[in-house]
Each structure stands twice: as C-alpha cells, then as structure tokens.
Write a protein that binds this ligand. Sequence first.
Ligand code: SF4
Length: 373
Amino acid sequence: MDNSVQQQAQKCLACKKPLCKVACPLGNDIPNVLQLVKNQQYRQAVALFGHAFGELCGYLCPHQQQCLGACVLNAKGNAVNFPLVERWLFHNSPVEICQKSSTLQGKKVCVVGGGVSGLTFAIKVFQAGADVTVFEPNKLLSTLYTIPSFRLPRQVLDNLVERVQSSPIKIVCQQVQPSQIATLAEQYHFVYVATGVGEARTLGIPGQELATTYQQCLLGKLCGNVVVVGGGNTAIDCARLAKSQGCNVTVVYRRSEEEMPAFQTEVDHAKNEGVLFQTHQAPVCLEKQGQNLCLTVAKTVSHNRKSLQITNETHQICCDFVVSALGNNTSPFASLQQQALPNVLFGGDVAGGSLVVHAIRDALLCATKLEER
Ligand code: SF4
C-alpha cells in the first residue's frame, strides 16, 4: 500500500459541503471515496466513480481548476492530492468489464468511435446487459497515444486497451462515414457517436504547406530550432516534447498568456523546462530560406476573446521546423446532431466536450438515458 495515498485520505476533513466534489465535472463523491480508502476498501472506492477510466482523469484533468484547487485545505497549503489517490486506486483495482445488471438485456448497441467517450459508454451499457459493438478504424484510444508519455504513461493506455480487447465487447476495425449513421440506427436499438474531433487546422497563411503537423511533431522526430504555433494543450505537448529531445523551442501564440487554452500548470512546466513564449504574435507568412524556414509574425492587439487586431508591426523568426498546433476542425459527424434521430446519441469532442472528463461525463449521461428509457 502506498503510504502517501493513505496519507492523502487521512487528511480529508470530510466536509459537509465538499467543494472538491462541486468542482469535479463528474461530481465524484470524493469525501466518500477517501473514507473508503481510509478503510482500505479499495474496490468499493473504485465502484463509487461509476466508470472505468479514473486513471486517465488522474493524469489528464486540470486538477488545479477542479478537485485539487477547490479543496478547503488549500488555505493551509495542504490540499488533498485526490488525483494521486485516483491514479493509485484505478491502477491497483481496475474496473472489471463484466455484466452487472440486465436493464439493457436484448438490446443491440453500436458505438462509433473507440476513444474515451465511446469506450466509457460501451463498458457502461455492456455492464447493463446490452450486446455492444464498437466501430473504430484505428487502435483503441488512439488519440491518447499522441499525448507525450511524460503526461500519460504508455503502460496506463496499454492496460486499458488490453482490458477492453479481452472483454466480450465486440471491436470492429472499420471506418464509419457520417452517411452510414442513419442505416446503423435502423440496424441497432441505439447508436452512440463519439468520433472525436475533425481534421487538424492549418495555419491559413502563405507557405502553410511548409509547416509540420502536430501529429508529426508528437512522433518526436524534430531537431534544431523549433517554433510551435498555438496555445492549447497540444501546442504545449509539442513544445515540451521537442524541448525534452534537445530542441530550442519557441511557442508563438496570437493572444496573451492568460488567454491560452492550455492548462496553466503545463505552461509553467514548459517555461521551467526552457521553452520560450512569444505571445500577441500572429503568423502571417512562412517561407523557405536556404535550409531554414522563416516565419513572419505580426504583433496583435486583443481586448477580449472575440476581438483580435493584427498590426503592421512584424518580425521574422528563423528556425528548422514550424509546427502547426492550432487544434482541430469540427468533426463532419457533428452536424448529424441536427437530424435528431431518437436512437442516436452523441458524446465527447464531437458533441463539444474538450476534456477527457467531459468525454466520460457525456458517456455516463447517455448510458443513464438509455437505461431509463
Ligand atoms: S474539500 Fe478537501 S478536505 Fe474537504 S472533503 Fe474535499 S478533499 Fe476532503
């Protein structure tokens, strides 16, 4: 037993109005989980979460804005480190994927997308007795495999994938097109669409074809001087990974640091590791100069999230690689939500969620809806 996990549980005050729980997008019953940990009732503690992917939350949630940041013991500089407890619990007492009820017995359920939301839903409805098929053309949880291992250890993902693959949930390696959803809705009692985000956004400037995609960057093949364009978690992942491999890295972002969508803790890590930031700089042109690239950026002025003025004040940054890490376009599946087919549900990124915890929350809400029908 990890003493530090037990120490975290011991210091919880079991607040009557637990702010940690309020701040959790899943409303996890944190005080009661910690009580069960204190009593060494680990399986019961895991069961309180109601899903299988707590270890992912423990690694990937913005804890400072959630349970950790909300704990009343922050006032004494001694907040309960719930993410540590969550990681330990799910690692040592993983959820068993077996049937637990017969609420959905006789129902055929199809899940389009083998990411966090799709698999959370698949496990939940399988546990309720449904016959479940997941369509996924790539490896299960494939987008999480692009997160650098310093943020999410590969073994955690491998274990989760292995557990799903060895369960009775059917996995079909097949790409489903948006036009096929209506047919699936006729073949299955219920369809859950969790296909994730669309294609990666391009820089939208002359010379954009010279940029490296964030996916290529995350394969870890860059060297020399690297400029990462973007301000989200993917941009910071790219920057930290390139830095860890010996590159000189500068992040270029068109707004202020405060407006960056990336978690502040990740930005702080990047800074501590020596990543440089140029904020209020928008890329306007990318050119080749001999063996190098030259990115021209223009100073911007922003007053709020809606307005951004690009000035004529420009400068050039010469480097070996420019990485486009501007996030992704909306999935072509998203517009299907307007069709409102009664037995088709949507969740995760395709429905607007952006965090792992949102993907899980959508899946749990949809699975509950099904069980209540
Ligand atoms: S806010 Fe902190 S002390 Fe209070 S119940 Fe939550 S974890 Fe325990």
